[in-house]
Write a protein that binds this ligand. Structure first.
Ligand code: GLA
Length: 748
């Protein structure tokens, strides 16, 4: 086979191009993906996505895809063109990836293959394939990136106006389009929810037609998460074919799962084109967000583990992955470099004051909380809402990011110092994209919010959304936050965003596509966080949005963790966390232990249960510690110490969801250390449901021939026994009982 191949290291990802055949084969750890040119280079056809195959297999696939079927010309499947990235133009009725309008009013794309580049950088191989419109100045570069050691394929596209004179209006631009192989039926799994009930697993059978998941809210949303999983209806937690995808975007997005008239399934997704279009000036480029996909034969569990490991190794906090923004906030887009590969540091045990104090924060009150927090083993102390000027309730203050002198007469300095003396780092809450009408900022700049001249400015939680697409707003926010982080020794920022957009107008830009703000808001948000991270490298970030309203690959590229939900009821969290871990790594899943009865549900739960549920992710405490008894403190201190012991396994290991409370009385997660030397089991019993007999949990991911000992009891078992007969759990546990079992492999 002639052609170009980059990769070749054993077990490494590689991309090979057979120039003569016009095909590309992308090989990942155990899977492969292929496509090829058709129609004399006027189309790029999808060929394959499944288990790893040798290069010889690809040419045959292309021949099949090209074969002419004259007698079938009028059948819908003869019109079917599984284009890698679907340009709108010609006889085409399925969901397009790209739709543009040229200056003379032409609205159809006809393009031709114009070259390709393959490069290797930092353990990743990237293919860029150029398509140029045959009559107009538009070049579209389809990018594909595969990573050594992973089955994740990351895709994105870059649009370029290569002309000198005319703008091009982009009306729909998806990040990528994924074709699934033919199967008799499909099952779509996705995550839906609302405030206090995020990441609930939903299933649907995508039949003929379209199944659309989207956000039109300007932010990722609680309602749906930009993640999907598709399987032929036969996958289980630990077996079966699964294809999954997740989109790196934190604004309005859309995923369309469509069964074409010929019965083929494809999923396109990216920016939501609703109410949006963007002008591409001569010489300008638009880098679209990335959309990652993977295939596995190991069921939902293997798909999740792949996402978790890849996110940890290649996504979390890696900075700019999306390109560019407003002139002052970004230069022209550079190539998107492969992210640095490393394992993120372990997340500290955090305390957050919100449920304890609400807006009633004070120097003394926070110090008292900090003293108890330090005693029980907390490592990072975070002051939530209420610390800044005018913020005694949620009617005022947002926008004025200076310390409330009434609450902190000498600024935050003394509290930050005290927290440091107690051996903890200091963190703070902000909600930069928002403003209360009752604030100095709004009084000075009422035109800085999204609005239409003659329409109501709808308030939500008494606040309005700042138009981040405006460079003056971006400057103000960057400077306010830079000042805050430059003053005191702040090491953690909880970046909140508590309302969706409404009346998304930008009157000053009337006639100059003000609706581009839907996209530019998010790109500016990314740019501001990227710039702050660069200027303050010791500061960690958490993404929050009224709980879990902004969790996606895009924001994960610039934060260390996310706030999972404002619902801190540990029983409700079991389901929320099961959904969350389908798509995102447990290490980023912030989970607080809060008071009982729970402020939201009124449910009373034992402290140990609340801890054992929160220990399934990144542990935090959000209780009013002043009210705790000595016994509570002692129990919490013991559990936090235990968490620190299991933390490397929970945060850096492989997650096996052993039992789901959706299916029975017991929920359980097992984590296996990356080197297999240790495993942790967390099990939680639901209300009033007792199983007959003594419950056993069949463990996963262990070596059959190794022995594992429980350091707490000394009991040791063979891996084969734990996998076949299961781990025996305490008898009689029910009604919010819970256990934590640690197993250490006995080497030698
Ligand atoms: C949102 C967050 C909470 C808290 C409040 C503060 O609701 O999700 O955790 O920070 O805002 O106003």
């Amino acid at each position: 086979m002639g052609g170009i191949s980059v990769g070749g290291i054993s077990g490494a990802a590689d991309i090979s191009h057979d120039e003569a055949a016009g095909t590309w084969l992308l090989r990942m750890r155990s899977t492969a993906y292929a496509f090829g040119l058709a129609g004399d280079g006027t189309a790029v056809r999808h060929l394959y996505w499944g288990p790893r195959v040798p290069p010889q297999a690809v040419a045959g696939l292309l021949a099949g895809a090209r074969a002419d079927q004259p007698r079938e010309r009028y059948r819908s499947w003869a019109l079917e063109r599984p284009d890698e990235y679907v340009p709108w133009g010609g006889i085409r009725f399925d969901e397009p990836s790209l739709k543009v309008e040229y200056a003379d009013g032409t609205r159809a794309i006809e393009w031709r293959y114009a070259g390709q580049r393959i490069s290797r950088d930092r353990g990743a191989v990237t293919l860029e394939l150029d398509l140029a419109d045959v009559a107009y100045d538009l070049t579209v570069t389809l990018a594909y990136r595969v990573y050594d050691g992973f089955d994740v394929l990351e895709r994105w596209a870059t649009l370029r106006n290569t002309g000198q004179r005319d703008p091009i209006v982009v009306r729909q631009a998806h990040a990528a389009n994924w074709w699934l192989p033919p199967r008799d039926r499909w099952r779509l799994r996705y995550l839906h929810g609302g405030w206090g009930a995020e990441t609930q697993i939903a299933e649907a059978v995508p039949g003929p037609g379209k199944f659309v998941l989207e956000s039109r809210r300007g932010t990722t949303s609680h309602q749906f998460n930009p993640w999907f999983s598709l399987d032929p209806g036969t996958a289980t937690e630990e077996s079966g074919e699964v294809w999954s995808g997740e989109l790196a975007w934190s604004g309005s997005w859309k995923l369309v799962c469509e069964q074409t008239s010929a019965g083929r399934l494809h999923v396109g997704g990216g920016w939501n084109e609703f109410d949006w279009s963007q002008r591409l000036a001569p010489g300008q480029s638009l880098v679209l967000p990335s959309f990652a996909g993977l295939h596995t034969t190991g069921g939902f569990g293997a798909a999740s583990r792949e996402w978790h490991a890849w996110q940890r190794a290649r996504v979390l906090g890696r900075g700019d992955r999306t390109g560019l923004v407003t002139p002052r906030w970004h230069a022209e887009p550079a190539a998107r470099p492969a992210p640095v590969a490393d394992e993120p540091a372990l997340r500290p045990v955090l305390y957050n004051s919100w449920e304890a104090t609400s807006f009633a924060v004070s120097q003394d009150g926070q110090e008292r909380l900090a003293e108890t927090a330090a005693r029980i083993g907390v490592e990072c102390f975070v002051v939530d809402d209420g610390w800044f000027r005018g913020r005694d309730h949620d009617h005022a203050g947002l926008g004025d990011w200076t310390v409330d002198q009434a609450k902190f007469p000498r600024g935050l300095g003394p509290l930050v110092k005290r927290v440091g003396e107690l051996g903890m780092t200091f963190g703070i809450w902000v909600e930069p994209e928002m403003v209360n009408p009752d604030s100095d900022l709004y009084r000075a700049h009422p035109d800085w919010v999204y609005h239409f001249g003659n329409r109501t400015r709808s308030e939500h939680r008494n606040q309005l959304v700042l138009n981040l697409a405006r460079p003056d707003v971006a400057d103000y926010l960057y400077q306010s936050l830079d000042r805050l982080l430059s003053g005191d020794d702040i090491r953690f920022v909880k970046w909140d965003m508590n309302r969706p957009f409404s009346e998304p107008g930008w009157p000053a830009e009337a006639g100059r596509d003000p609706e581009r703000a839907w996209v530019e808001h998010v790109r500016t948000l990314y740019a501001i966080i990227d710039a702050l991270r660069a200027a303050h490298p010791g500061v960690d970030f958490e993404s929050c949005s009224g709980g879990g309203g902004r969790i996606d690959l895009g924001i994960l590229g610039r934060v260390e963790q996310v706030w999972t939900s404002d619902n801190t009821d540990a029983w409700d969290r079991v389901a929320i966390q099961e959904g969350f871990t389908q798509a995102y790594a447990p290490s980023v899943m912030m989970a607080w232990v809060t008071d009982s009865p729970n402020y939201l549900t009124g449910r009373r739960l034992p402290l140990s249960f609340r801890f054992h549920v929160a220990m399934a992710g990144s542990l935090g405490i959000g209780a009013d510690l002043i009210q705790w008894t000595e016994a509570d403190e002692a129990e919490a201190a013991g559990l936090i110490a235990e968490y620190k012991q299991i933390r490397p396994v929970v945060q850096g290991g492989r997650l096996y969801r052993l039992a789901s409370t959706a299916a029975g009385p017991l929920g359980a997660h097992q984590y296996v250390a990356a080197d297999g030397a240790e495993a942790v089991v967390l099990a939680w019993w639901g209300p009033g449901q007792c199983e007959p007999g003594r419950p056993r949990l069949r463990l996963a991911g262990l070596e059959d021939g190794a022995r594992y000992a429980d350091p707490a009891t000394g009991a040791a078992h063979w891996g084969a026994e734990l996998a076949r007969d299961g781990l025996e759990l305490p008898a009689g546990a029910s009604d919010f009982g819970s256990v934590l079992v640690r197993l250490v492999r006995q080497d030698g």
